[in-house]
Design a protein. Sequence first.
Length: 220
Amino acid sequence: MNQDEMKRAAAEAAIEYVDTGMIVGIGTGSTANHFIDLLAGIKGKVDATVASSEASAERLRGHGIRVLDLNEAGELSLYVDGADESNKYLHLIKGGGGALTREKIVAAASKKFVCIADESKLVDILGDFPLPVEVIPMARSYVAREILKRTGGTPVLREGFTTDNGNVILDIRDLQIMEPVKLENELNSIVGVVTNGLFAARPADVLILGTPEGAKTILP
């Protein structure tokens, strides 16, 4: 089973969490795309969806699935999304695709967050994957200096990339994140930071990993 097939196996297991009449929050990225494509097979079951990016919204609409603005939808029953890294406590790094702020908002508005990934994403210590931070453009240099001072990590501008919100992303390299909740809050306290890609204050509730033997469910 290759990596793509493992992602699909995780997405298939996540479909089991979808109940009739739900409004489902949907994330962004290759694993979330598998979930969207599988959701198309049971689209009559869901009332509507809320997407964390324009790309996901477009894919959902392409399948004839209704997409609502989060303000219309209110509280969501379920949010399904991938991750770039997870530890055993289901603290995540997300934002490799650049949709971290909207993903974090949709996750916060959801009762249950099911994270789907292939088994390579489970790590002992977060930080090998560069941690994305969404930043208001005029604050870029200031925020980079503060990140360096506070974390010792190296902030690198994601070249040629603008978020759906019109902002830039600094990817922090060379981190070993021993206290994810503390670091998440500290980075968010820097003026000019919109949010960062640590999902630790609100971690996933369920982690489904695609493995060569099929999907494996991990609870915190």
